[in-house]
Design a protein around this ligand. Structure first.
Ligand code: NDP
Length: 448
C-alpha cells in the first residue's frame, strides 16, 4: 500500500472507531498529515502497524466520581484517564478539571502528549486525564472531597513507574496536594514520584509552576532569533490568565517585552502600560477572581466582555488558554496587525485554518507539542529529583528547562529540514521528530 493511502486508512479508522470525538480527530489528522516523509523512509513502520497502534490508546478508564457538596447534596461527575503510550516510559500527562471534559478531549490531549514527551528526550510515555467537574466557585472543602473521591478510584492505576499525572486546566498545586494525600493514605506509601506539580515544600520541583509559560517564551525567543529578532521592546498578547499565561507574562517582561493584553473565559483585558504582574497574580492566584477585577483596580486598564484578545495589535501572540480558541478570523486580524511569531502555550489553541493563515503569511508558528513542552519536561525533572531524594535549586532547574527548550527547537528545525524543504516548518519538524523516537521504541519492543 502506498504511504498516503496507508495514512488515510489509519485516519478513517480513527474516525470510525471514535465517533463524535472531534478534537481527537483533529489532533490525529494534524499529526498524520506530517508523517508521509517519515513513513516513506521507514517502510517497516507501516509493516509493524506503528500508526495503527499509536492511534489506539493502550488503556482507557472511565469512572464515577461521587462527592458531597457543602449543602450536603450528593453530586456525581465522570472521571477519565487515557493511558495512551508507554513506549518511552510511564504514562505521563496532566489532569484537567473543567465542565467541557469528555473522552474525546482527553484523547486529543493524550495523543498530543505522546509526541510532546518524546520531543523532550526524556523517558516519559503519554497519557492524560480529568473530569467534567467545574471547580469555579467551589470551596476548598468541596475541592478536597472531589479530589479524594477521584483518587479513590484512580489510585489503582497509578505508580511512579506506571502512570504519573500532573496538573492542567483547573488542577494546580492545591488539587495536586489533595490528590497526593489521598493516594498516600490509601496505599500507605510516600511515593513522591507518583504525581508531579507538587508544592516545593514537600517533593515538588523548583520552576515547575513557571515551566510551561517560561518554556513557551524560550521557544518563541529561539524562533525569533532565527530572524535576528527577539522580545526586547515588542508588544505581546497572551490569552488566558491561568498557570501557563501568568508565567509567560513574567518571562516576556524579564526579556524586555511588554504584554499589553490577556484574558479569561469572561473577556479580555488591555493595559497599554504593560500587564502589572503582581496585580494579575493577586487577582488570579490569590483571590481566584475574574480578570475584570484587574481593571477595577487599575485605571489604565480596560476590560472588554465581548470580542477577542487577538483584536489587540501585537508583534508576538502567545495563546495560553484552551483548544481552538484562535480561529481563522483571529489569525487574519493578527497578520493584518503585523504579528511576527505565534507560540502555543496551550494545547492546540489554533485551529487548522488559523495555522494555514500563519503559514501563508510566513509568520513563525510554534505548535504546542514543541512550544509548551517545558511543563512536562520539568515534571520529568521533578521525577528525577524524587527518585534521587534530592532537591535542585531554582537556577539549576530553570537552566535545565532552558536547555531542553533550546534542544526541542533545534530538533524541530533540523527534522523539518531533513524531512521537508523548510526549516521554519515547526509543525512538520515537531510531529516527525516526536514520531520517530516513539516509532523506534515501539519497533524494538515488538507488537504489544
Ligand atoms: P489554568 O486552569 O491555570 O488556566 C486556564 C486559563 O484559560 C484561565 O484563565 C481560563 O479562564 C482560560 N480559559 C479557559 N477556557 C477559555 C476560553 N474558552 N476562552 C478564554 N479563556 C479560557 O490552566 P493552565 O494554564 O494550566 O492551562 C492552559 C493551557 O495550557 C491548556 O491548554 C493546557 O492543556 C495547556 N498546558 C498546560 C500545562 C501546565 O503545565 N499547566 C502544560 C502544557 C500545556 P477561566 O478561569 O475563565 O476559565
Amino acid at each position: 500500500m502506498n504511504v498516503r493511502t496507508h495514512i488515510e486508512a489509519v485516519y478513517e479508522e480513527v474516525r470510525r472507531r471514535n465517533p463524535g470525538e472531534a478534537e481527537f480527530h483533529q489532533a490525529a489528522a494534524e499529526v498524520l498529515d506530517s508523517l508521509a516523509p517519515a513513513l516513506d523512509r521507514h517502510p517497516d513502520y507501516a509493516e509493524n502497524g506503528i500508526l495503527d497502534r499509536l492511534c489506539e490508546p493502550e488503556r482507557q478508564l472511565i469512572f464515577r466520581v461521587p462527592w458531597v457538596d457543602d449543602q450536603g447534596a450528593v453530586r456525581v461527575n465522570r472521571g477519565f484517564r487515557v493511558e495512551f503510550s508507554s513506549a518511552l516510559g510511564p504514562y505521563k500527562g496532566g489532569l484537567r478539571f473543567h465542565p467541557s471534559v469528555n473522552l474525546g478531549i482527553v484523547k486529543f490531549l493524550g495523543f498530543e502528549q505522546i509526541f510532546k514527551n518524546a520531543l523532550t528526550g526524556m523517558a516519559i510515555g503519554g497519557g492524560k486525564g480529568g473530569a467534567d467537574f467545574d471547580p469555579k466557585g467551589r470551596s476548598d472543602g468541596e475541592i478536597m472531597r472531589f479530589c479524594q473521591s477521584f483518587m479513590t478510584e484512580l489510585y489503582r492505576h497509578l505508580g511512579e513507574h506506571t502512570d504519573v499525572p500532573a496538573g492542567d486546566i483547573g488542577v494546580g498545586g492545591r488539587e495536586i496536594g489533595y490528590l497526593f494525600g489521598q493516594y498516600k493514605r490509601i496505599t500507605n506509601r510516600y511515593e513522591s514520584g507518583v504525581l508531579t506539580g507538587k508544592p516545593v515544600a514537600w517533593g515538588g520541583s523548583h520552576a515547575r509552576t513557571e515551566a510551561t509559560g517560561y518554556g513557551a517564551v524560550y521557544f518563541a525567543q529561539e524562533m525569533l532569533a532565527t530572524r535576528g529578532d527577539g522580545f526586547d521592546s515588542r508588544r505581546v498578547v497572551v490569552s488566558g490568565s491561568g498557570n501557563v499565561a501568568v508565567y509567560a507574562v513574567e518571562k516576556v517582561h524579564a526579556l524586555g517585552g511588554r504584554v499589553v493584553a490577556c484574558s479569561d473565559s469572561s473577556g479580555y483585558l488591555v493595559d497599554q502600560d504593560g500587564i502589572d504582574l503582581e496585580l494579575l497574580k493577586d487577582v488570579k492566584e490569590v483571590r481566584r477572581a475574574r480578570i475584570s477585577a484587574y481593571a477595577e483596580a487599575k485605571p489604565t486598564a480596560r476590560f472588554t466582555a465581548r470580542g477577542t484578545v487577538y483584536d489587540v495589535p501585537c508583534d508576538i501572540a502567545l495563546p495560553c488558554a484552551t483548544q481552538n480558541e484562535l480561529g481563522r478570523e483571529d489569525a487574519v486580524a493578527l497578520v493584518k496587525n503585523g504579528v511576527r511569531a505565534v507560540a502555543e502555550g496551550a494545547n492546540m489553541p489554533c485551529t487548522p485554518e488559523a495555522v494555514a493563515v500563519f503559514r501563508e503569511a510566513g509568520v513563525l508558528f510554534g505548535p504546542g507539542k514543541a512550544a509548551n513542552a517545558g511543563g512536562v519536561a520539568t515534571s520529568a525533572l521533578e521525577m528525577q529529583q524524587n527518585a534521587a531524594r534530592d532537591t535542585w535549586s531554582f537556577e539549576q532547574t530553570e537552566s535545565r528547562l532552558a536547555t531542553v527548550m533550546r534542544d526541542v527547537h533545534t530538533q524541530c528545525r533540523a527534522t523539518a529540514e531533513a524531512y521537508g524543504d523548510n526549516p521554519d516548518d515547526y509543525v512538520l519538524g515537531a510531529n516527525v521528530a516526536g514520531f520517530l523516537r516513539v516509532a523506534e521504541a515501539m519497533t524494538a519492543q515488538g507488537v504489544i
